[in-house]
Design a protein around this ligand. Sequence first.
Ligand SMILES: Cc1ncc(C[n+]2csc(CCOP(=O)(O)OP(=O)(O)O)c2C)c(N)n1
Ligand SMILES: [Mg+2]
Length: 678
Amino acid sequence: MASLADISGNEAALARQAEILARPLTEDRIMANAIRALAIDAVEAAKSGHPGMPMGMADAATTLWRKYLKFDAANPSWADRDRFVLSAGHGSMLLYALLHLTGHERMAIDDLKSFRQLHAVTAGHPEYREHPAIEMTTGPLGQGLATAVGMALAERLLAAKFGKSLVDHRTWVIAGDGCLMEGVSHEAGALAGHLKLNKLVVLFDDNSISIDGGTDLSVSEDPLKRFAGYGWATRRIDGHDFDQLQAALNFAMKSSKPVIIACKTIIGFGAPSKAGTAGVHGAALGGAEAEATKRALGWDQLPFTVPDEVYAPWRAAGSRGAVSRRAWLKRLAKHPQRAEFERVMEGQLPEGWVDAMALYKAALAEQKPKLATRQASQKALEVLAPAIPELVGGSADLTGSNLTLVKGMAGASAENFAARYIYYGVREHGMAAAMNGIALHGGLIPYGGTFFVFSDYMRPSLRLAALMRVRVIHVLTHDSIGLGEDGPTHQPVEHLASFRAMPNVLVLRPADAMETAECWELALRNSSGPSLLVLSRQAVPALRLQANGCKSARGAYVLAEAEGKRAATLIATGTEVALAMAARAKLAQEGIQVAVVSAPSFELFQQQDESYQNAVLGDAPRIGIEAAAGFGWERWLGPNGIFIGMTGFGASAPADALYEHFGITEAAIMAAVKTKGI
Ligand SMILES: Cc1ncc(C[n+]2csc(CCOP(=O)(O)OP(=O)(O)O)c2C)c(N)n1
Ligand SMILES: [Mg+2]
C-alpha cells in the first residue's frame, strides 16, 4: 500500500521526470537507457527482481563507468583496478548490464536472459565468485559500503608498502537509502572519515524511496550532514544531470577526504506512471508499463536488443583502461618488489613461516607453559607477524584483552599507512565488514579481535565472509563463563553452536598453547572462509607435551588413551580439556580407565573418514564437556551420551565458583562416567 508521502512524491517525481525527459537525447543518455532497457527486460523475463534502482542510477553509473572507473573489461582481475561495489545489491541488474555492455566475458545477453535462474551468473543479488568482475556479494544492505571501507583501507596500506607505481586506485560504491539507514554504514563511515580514506567515493542513490514508501516515513536526518560530521566531503547533485555528475566526480578525484555524493534520482526513471514510487522498487513493471517506459525514453528496440551504435561507446568504455594496465604491467615488470607483490596478491603464504612455527612449537613442548589461550595466541602472533608480512591485525577497542597487538606492528592512521594494526574502535560490525574488504581486496590477511560474545555484533559480516569464502581470522577471546565476574552479558553460551551451524565457518577452540599454535596455522591455511579462534581468558596447563604433528588438523584426536579398555570416552574442547584430563587421572586412581579426546574443531573432525572418527570416538560410553550450550553435541555423543555444559545463561562470579555452580566439574564428569554403569 502506498503511503501518502509516496503518492504526492510520485506527482512531483513525474513532473520532474517530464522535465528531464525533455532534455536532449545525448550519447550519455542513450547509453544509460541501454542499462534501463536491459534491467526492465531481465526483470520482466524473470518475473522478479528490482528494476527501480538500475533505472534511477543508470545516469550516474554511466558517467562513472564511462569516464572515471579504472578498469579493463578484458582483465577484470587486474590488481590495480578501481573497485566498484554495488552496496544496494538488489539493483543487481545495474551491475550485470554494465558488465555486459562494457564487454566482459561470461556476461553475454543470454546471461541477462537467465537472470535469477539456477546456475546463472546473474543471481538475484550479485554473488562473489560467480563472475570475476563482481567484487563482493551484496544484498544485505549496508554491507557493501562498510566492506568498501576495508578495500579502500587495503589500498592505502599496500600503497604505503609497494608504492604508488603499483598501487593507486579508488573504491567506488553505489549505496541507497537503505544502506545509509543501516547501522553498519555509520560505523564504517566514521572509521573511513577518521582514517581520511580519500580514495573512497560513495554515490548515494538519493531517491527518497524504500520498500515501505517514502523515506520520510522513518528518516529525518540529513545523511550528508552526518557524513560531513565524520570528516567526509559531500556534494548534493541532480543525479540525472550529466554535467553535474561529471563535476561531482571531478571533485571526488581530487578530494583529500572520503566523498559522498547524494545523487537526487527518481526511482524507476522513465516509467510513466510508476516512477518515483515504491511500487517500482522490487517488482516487474508489467508489459504495458515496460513498453510505455521504453517509448518515453525513446528506446525503440526489441527486448534484450542493443543496437551496435550503442554498444560501440560502451565497448570503448570497457577497453579504456587497457592502456593504463599495459603501462602498469611494465612498471610491475621492473619493480624491485615484484615477486613479493605477486605472491601476496595471489594469497600465497611466504616461505619460512612454517619453520618459524616449528621452532616455536618445539620450545612450547620443552617449556610446557601454563597460559590462557589468548596469551598463547599472542605468543603465536609474535612468531607469525614477522614471518608473514601481509598479516594486518586489529581489535574493536579490546587490544589489551584480545592480545592482538605484537611488537613491530604500528597502528595505522591518516598520517601513516606504513602500518599493520588497525584500531577499529568500538565498532565490531564495521570491523568485520572492513576485514572482509581487506581480504577481498587481496594482498593482505586481516585478523581482528573482540570478545566472543560480541561476535553477535559482527554476525552479518561474518556470514557474508562465509558465503564469499574469504580468509578472515577472528580472534575471539573470553570464550565462556570462564571469564568470570563480568557476568552473563559477557559470557557466550550459544555462540559455539551457532557458528558451528553456519556453513563454511571454521570454528577453532584450542585447549592449550600447543593447540593454539596449531589452530593459528590452520586459520592461516584456511583460504576458503572465515576462521574463528575461540580463546580463553583464564589460564590452562600445557596438555600436549610434544610438538608431534598438527593434531588439531583432524579436528579431534585422542589426547590421552585409556590404560587398557576404555570405560568411557571424554570429549572436550578448549579449557574443558584440562578438566577432562584431571577427571581421567582421578578415575584412574579408582581403577576406572577412560580416554580423553580433544576436539578443537567440529568442522575438521566432520571432514575425516568414518574409520578415523570411529577410532577416536570409540565404542565406550561418551561424555561431552564444554562450558557452552550442548546443541549440536548429539552428533558426537549419540543417543546415549551425556553432555556436561550450560543449559542457560551464566552469572557474575569468580570463574571457579561458576564452574562449580553450573556443575562443570571433575566430580560431575566422574559421576557421569559412573552412571554409565561402571
Ligand atoms: C539488511 C537488510 N534489510 C532489509 C533488506 C530488504 N530490503 C531490500 S531493498 C530494501 C529497501 C532499500 O531501500 P533503498 O536502499 O532506498 O533502495 P531503493 O528502494 O531506492 O532501490 C529493503 C528493506 C535487505 N536487503 N537487507
Ligand atoms: Mg531509495
